[in-house]
Write a protein that binds this ligand. Structure first.
Ligand SMILES: N[C@@H](CCC(=O)N[C@@H](CS)C(=O)NCC(=O)O)C(=O)O
Length: 224
């Protein structure tokens, strides 16, 4: 490690999953160096990266303060970060409490219910070699279903856990940006899911989230 920062974050400039880790590191003021892998060169499947992350996908995090400990899977990464370094529970709840399992519940739901389905919508819209309208329709319907689940809860409470922002909320931000901006057609977020849109906007306006997202825009623009 030559950069002198606490963490190395293996990420991708465009892909949503690395950015939620950046949000959490920024929220906690932890130092990190991002290494952006090039999917066009298949760097995420290169032997050096597979040694860190056998799944061959970003993100992966190396904690240089903890003997170069490596963790991958974005929600496992953010759970690791807060369990170890958010001891004041600024954006997390205390391990072992009931709320901790509610937080875990939303993190599992994000990783199994939001990420893969929103990702498949993107795949069938932008990358699949054939145009398969039924597949696009299926995953778009699933996006709306997931937003409906969030709406049913957020219309009764401001945040998912403990009445304040936690990693559970932050984990949904990158894919909800994709839903709001490019995965759905003729979509009026505020009208269809008002409480979820309000929650999403509040999260997106947090300085840590804005800072990480501005970095994303900067590194993407540099490639143009
Ligand atoms: N469940 C994983 C998903 C990771 C994932 O799908 N990452 C994408 C980028 S956002 C990736 O690395 N894609 C490259 C590939 O599949 O080869 C997580 O949350 O970390």
């Amino acid at each position: 490690m030559s950069h002198g920062k606490q963490f190395t974050l293996y990420s991708h400039k465009g892909g949503p999953n690395g950015w939620k880790v950046a949000f959490v590191l920024e929220e906690l003021g932890l130092t990190y160096e991002s290494v952006y892998l090039e999917f066009s060169k298949n760097e995420q499947k290169a032997p050096e990266f597979l040694k860190l992350c056998p799944n061959g996908r970003i993100p992966a995090l190396v904690d240089h303060k903890n003997g170069d400990f490596v963790v991958w899977e974005s929600n496992a990464i953010i759970q690791y970060i807060v369990d170890k370094y958010d001891t004041e529970h600024k954006i997390s709840v205390a391990p072992g409490t009931d709320e901790y399992y509610t937080q875990l519940q939303w993190l599992y739901f994000q990783a199994s219910g939001q990420g893969p389905y929103f990702g498949q919508a993107g795949w069938f819209m932008f990358y699949h070699q054939e145009k398969l309208p039924s597949a696009i329709e299926r995953y778009r319907a699933e996006i709306k279903r997931v937003l409906g689940v969030l709406e049913s809860v957020l219309s009764k409470q401001e945040y998912l856990v403990a009445n304040r922002v936690t990693i559970a909320d932050l984990s949904f931000v990158p894919w909800n940006i994709a839903a709001a901006t490019r995965l759905l057609e003729n979509f009026d977020f505020e009208k269809e899911f008002p409480a979820t849109a309000k929650w999403h906007k509040a999260l997106f306006e947090r300085p840590a989230v804005k800072k990480a997202w501005a970095e994303r825009e900067k590194v993407l623009a540099a490639d143009q």
